[in-house]
Design a protein around this ligand. Structure first.
Ligand code: HEC
Ligand code: HEC
Ligand code: HEC
Ligand code: HEC
Ligand code: HEC
Ligand code: HEC
Length: 286
């Protein structure tokens, strides 16, 4: 396919130099019945569908622009992409590849980390793309499409939140500064060393969470407290920490948690895992 397009490109360029556009299709190639593309170019069910062709050339749409014009309006082909791709950026609109055709919202595939963070998040602040990826401004922004297949993980500021910062109200000189160095393991699909999952003051700094089905990453006690019993009480002096050894969480963290049928539940997810300590009705850097 690649070679074919390439040859066609050369031939159509040569043809353009020596003849007029209207002769383009008859000159070098035998007059094609179905045009330059194999049949199925606009049939989403065909293996020749143009979306598939683009994927096969690692999304290098400049190869299409060579004939269909830089602005995709058709150029020498007379076949515009914009009749169907009606967003201002044409086929480069984010939703063309990340979501529903012609719905301008970006929708990431509902699987893996996305499943829990974007679509079924119930215990914490909703997580935005930028928490885990560099979000390109445009399709052609540097770093977006590269030669290594698949998405890159680049943690944003929330995962990097430092805690026990000197000068903050709750600073404890007996503990050092907690500086997360978040890492993502592509093979095991596991995140470790993130603020969000426990790398913070009195938290479970060793916690590594996997995004495979059945993962217990959202269970009370997994990020702070005891993962085995589910008790969320952060490390007290008995475990080398500084959190008060009192289990009635909502006495001090009211508005974040509630006791329901003997279990602590998050009553306001916007205040939980937001990078700030919610205590005594205040929101503090800590
Ligand atoms: C060598 C020039 C050339 C290149 C390169 C090229 N096309 Fe085309 N394309 C054409 C021509 C000419 C037509 C109109 C005739 C036809 O349908 O074959 C066309 C038609 C189409 C159509 C059908 C449009 C319609 O309204 O029916 C689609 C879709 C399309 N091209 C997508 C692509 C994509 C995607 C790429 C890049 C992977 C690409 N083309 C690369 C020349 C080219
Ligand atoms: C006749 C309408 C039509 C034309 C013309 C058209 N497209 Fe598409 N294109 C679609 C539809 C519909 C989809 C989504 C198919 C789906 O979701 O199954 C799509 C999907 C795509 C995708 C997404 C591929 C993926 O796998 O996510 C890209 C990229 C794309 N088109 C680029 C182009 C380019 C470049 C052109 C012009 C060269 C073009 N399209 C012309 C209808 C069109
Ligand atoms: C909590 C972290 C997290 C958030 C938030 C997140 N992603 Fe991802 N994303 C991942 C991980 C992990 C992968 C899998 C990377 C791998 O192993 O290849 C991934 C993969 C992807 C892929 C490749 C999908 C595939 O099928 O290969 C795309 C595209 C993507 N993300 C876009 C987005 C967009 C757009 C958003 C926001 C709407 C978003 N992500 C939000 C963690 C995240
Ligand atoms: C023509 C298809 C296409 C379009 C249009 C597109 N993307 Fe992507 N995007 C991809 C692919 C493919 C990947 C996976 C990265 C790779 O394979 O190198 C990706 C990856 C991503 C990721 C994960 C981080 C990364 O770079 O790996 C984010 C976030 C993202 N895209 C957002 C956007 C946004 C925002 C837009 C609009 C400005 C956009 N994309 C437009 C195909 C597209
Ligand atoms: C995914 C990791 C994670 C899980 C699971 C988790 N927490 Fe948290 N929790 C945090 C982080 C991070 C903080 C630090 C403060 C912040 O950013 O909101 C925190 C803080 C708290 C606080 C202090 C108030 C606040 O938000 O600042 C309470 C109370 C709390 N969690 C209760 C719970 C309870 C109850 C559960 C189980 C329903 C739970 N947590 C499960 C990560 C988690
Ligand atoms: C008597 C008041 C009080 C109660 C009750 C309390 N906390 Fe805290 N909590 C604090 C104070 C004070 C801090 C900040 C000081 C510190 O870091 O030790 C804090 C901080 C936290 C943090 C951030 C990490 C840390 O230690 O700085 C988490 C998470 C947390 N509490 C969860 C809980 C959970 C879950 C419960 C219930 C099992 C609970 N707290 C009960 C007073 C309380």
């Amino acid at each position: 396919m690649k070679t074919r397009i390439f040859l066609l490109l050369i031939s159509s360029t040569l043809t353009l130099i020596f003849t007029s556009c209207s002769d383009m299709r008859v000159d070098v190639q035998p007059a094609p019945e179905v045009g330059v593309h194999p049949e199925g170019i606009i049939n989403p069910k065909s293996s020749n569908f143009h979306g598939v062709l683009i994927q096969n050339i690692n999304w290098k749409m400049n190869e299409c622009q060579n004939c269909h014009a830089a602005d995709y309006s058709g150029g020498i082909t007379g076949a515009s992409c914009l009749t169907c791709h009606t967003q201002p950026a044409g086929p480069e609109a984010c939703n063309t590849c990340h979501g529903v055709f012609n719905n301008p919202n970006i929708i990431a595939p509902n699987k893996g980390a996305h499943y829990k963070h974007l679509y079924t998040a119930s215990s914490g602040k909703s997580v935005e793309c930028i928490a885990c990826h560099i979000v390109p401004e445009q399709f052609k922004s540097v770093g977006h499409i590269d030669d290594s297949k698949g998405a890159e993980i680049n943690f944003g500021s929330i995962a990097l939140t430092e805690t026990n910062e000197p000068g903050t109200q709750d600073y404890d000189a007996s503990l050092s500064l907690f500086t997360p160095v978040p890492t993502y393991n592509k093979t095991s699909q596991t995140c470790s060393n993130t603020y969000c999952h426990g790398y913070f003051k009195n938290g479970n700094t060793e916690n590594a969470v996997s995004f495979t089905v059945g993962s217990n990453g959202a269970k009370c006690g997994s990020c702070h407290g005891d993962a085995a019993t589910g008790n969320p009480l952060p490390k007290t002096s008995a475990q080398g920490g500084t959190h008060p050894n009192v289990t009635s969480c909502n006495a001090c963290h009211s508005g974040v948690v509630d006791l329901v049928n003997g279990n602590w539940v998050i009553s306001d997810p916007t205040k939980h895992i937001n990078g700030l300590l919610n205590i005594f009705g205040q929101e503090r850097d800590y």
